[in-house]
Structures are given as structure tokens and as C-alpha cells.
Design a protein. Structure first.
Length: 303
């Protein structure tokens, strides 16, 4: 069982020819509304591939899109029985602008995700103890992420941390992380090293390893992903596809990596599989509903 602790969002995905300039009003082409949030998307990606994916999160009790959110999670086969309502709050939300080349800009509102507290995680510790793998991200309070990492370390549960949106991480938290997956911008925020080359990515990875992180994957968009286990490193190239919408790319990659690791694959095999999952996701519109099935991924890469 893979456990994800993090956010549920209602995603508003706006498609337009290009991004507006400062102060400009322009017409878009269409808007799509679907379930999102990094943890929800990532566990949906893993569940769509066949994993038993369980979500710990909070949803807003004042939102008109709850039926849509839970229908999308059910479509992805995510186990939501432990998800709770946050009274007096709206769902978290994501406002995603996508241009005709598939590039995106995203603004998120915390909403009910702010109530995913350490106490909520503590109440569900028996579930964590049963997990073979745990995942989290930074759309929830930072002290919750710190508590979760400490508990995962205590119970020897491998934890994948996607430090997005980036926040400062205390040194103690790094020591319990099995796998850290930042993109190049998040890696720079955390280390101060601008990641433009493989050498830069290697330098970043070394800093993370020195802080106690066991494995590092730095995602580099269309270039692929840089992978390091502390002894060996490798640049894993992305699949050459034409993107329609890249807004779910990172989450689909993370979910694919988690699925592969749950099957006993190495970090390098998992990254190659994650790239295959992401390549399928970005050829579709949206976030959660862009997550591919195992058969669709295996058409181009088999574990």
C-alpha cells in the first residue's frame, strides 16, 4: 500500500493562445474543472497504474465541486476512506494557465489543506505503519511534513518528498527522507545552486546527500531527470513527445516512480518508468484525469 499525505484541490485549468502580459485582459479558449492537488494527483497516478493508493487529506465543506472531486478520485481508484471534512473551509484550489505550447503557470490557494495537521497524521499512524511507501508534498503545513517524515523514519517507512511549492526545510527533516524529488527551480531554492547542467544537478544532489537524503531525483522538464543514489548518478532522458498540457507532468512522474519502487525496482529504473508515465500524461489536458493506465505506459516502457 502506498500512502500519500497532502493536498486535495479543485483545479481550474484555463487554456489560451499565450500567457497575458502584465495588466492585460485577454480571451481564453476554454476552462476545465477537475480534482487536483499534488498529493491527490500523485497517488492517483500510482493508483491508475494498479497500486493500492490511499490518501490522507482534508476537503472543504463549503465547496460546490465536492462531487466532482470525489468522482475523479474514484475514477483513479484512490482509497479516500480516511479523508475528512474541514469545517468552515473551502477546498484548496489551483488556478492553472496553459498556453498553446503546453507551458503553464499555477497559483494555489491553501483552503482546507491547511487543516492537514500533525494531529490528523498522528490519529492515522496505524495506517502509516502498514504502508510500504509514503509520499508527501508542501501544499500542507510544513510542521505536518516534518512530523510525517519523523514518523516515517521512526517506523522505517520509505518516504518520498516532493518539496513543492518550495519552503525552507529544517536540516533534521532531510535525515529521514528516502527520496527527494525537486524540479530544477526547487533544487535551486533549497541549495542556492542554479541547475543548468548535469554537473550542477550532481552538485545539488551531493548537498542533499550530505544532509542525509538517501536518493535524489531532480526533474528537468523536457530534458528528463537527474538521478543519484549517493554512489552512482545518471541522466535519464525524457521521451520525445509533443506536449498538450504539462500541468500534471511532475505529479504523474512522482506517482510513476512510487509505483515502480513499490514493485522493488531501483531508483534508476523507477525514474525511467516515471518518465514514461509523464510522457503519456502531458499528451492530455488536465491534471488528475491525464494520468495514464498501466497498459498505456507499458506500450512504451515495461518494468
Amino acid at each position: 500500500m502506498i500512502l500519500a499525505v497532502g493536498s486535495i484541490n479543485v483545479d481550474y485549468i484555463i487554456h489560451s493562445k499565450r500567457m497575458p502580459y502584465d495588466g492585460e485582459t485577454m480571451y481564453g479558449k476554454q476552462v476545465t474543472i477537475m480534482a487536483g492537488g499534488k498529493a491527490s494527483n500523485q497517488i492517483a497516478a500510482a493508483a491508475r497504474l494498479g497500486a493500492h493508493g490511499v490518501l490522507l487529506s482534508k476537503y472543504g465543506g463549503m465547496d460546490g465541486y465536492l462531487e466532482k472531486v470525489f468522482n475523479d478520485l474514484k475514477w483513479a481508484n484512490v482509497d479516500t476512506q480516511y479523508v475528512e471534512a474541514a469545517e468552515g473551509e473551502y477546498c484548496g484550489s489551483g488556478y492553472i494557465m496553459v498556453n498553446e505550447t503546453g507551458d503553464n503557470r499555477i497559483i494555489i490557494i491553501e483552503g482546507a489543506n491547511g487543516q492537514v495537521t500533525p494531529q490528523y497524521v498522528e490519529k492515522n499512524l496505524p495506517l502509516l505503519q502498514k504502508a510500504t511507501l509514503c509520499m508527501t508534498e508542501f501544499m500542507i503545513p510544513m510542521n505536518t511534513c516534518e512530523y510525517l517524515a519523523a514518523q516515517a523514519k521512526k517506523y522505517d517507512i520509505p518516504i518520498i518528498v516532493n518539496p513543492s511549492p518550495t519552503r525552507p526545510m529544517p536540516d533534521e527533516m532531510y535525515k529521514g527522507i528516502y527520496l527527494l524529488i525537486p524540479n530544477e527551480h526547487e533544487a535551486e531554492e533549497l541549495t542556492g545552486i542554479q541547475v543548468e547542467t548535469e554537473r550542477d544537478a550532481l552538485e545539488c544532489s551531493h548537498l542533499f546527500h550530505q544532509k542525509g537524503v538517501k536518493n535524489v531525483i531532480i526533474t528537468l522538464g523536457k530534458r528528463g531527470a537527474f538521478v543519484s543514489d549517493g554512489s552512482c548518478s545518471e541522466m535519464v532522458p525524457a521521451y520525445p513527445v509533443t506536449p498538450l498540457d504539462t500541468s500534471g507532468a511532475g505529479d504523474s512522474f512522482n506517482g510513476g516512480v512510487a509505483y515502480a519502487l513499490s514493485k522493488g525496482k531501483t531508483i534508476f529504473e523507477a525514474a525511467r518508468f516515471g518518465n514514461a508515465v509523464a510522457s503519456q500524461s502531458i499528451q492530455r489536458t488536465g491534471t488528475m484525469q491525464s494520468m495514464p493506465s498501466l497498459a498505456e505506459v507499458e506500450a512504451i516502457y515495461k518494468l
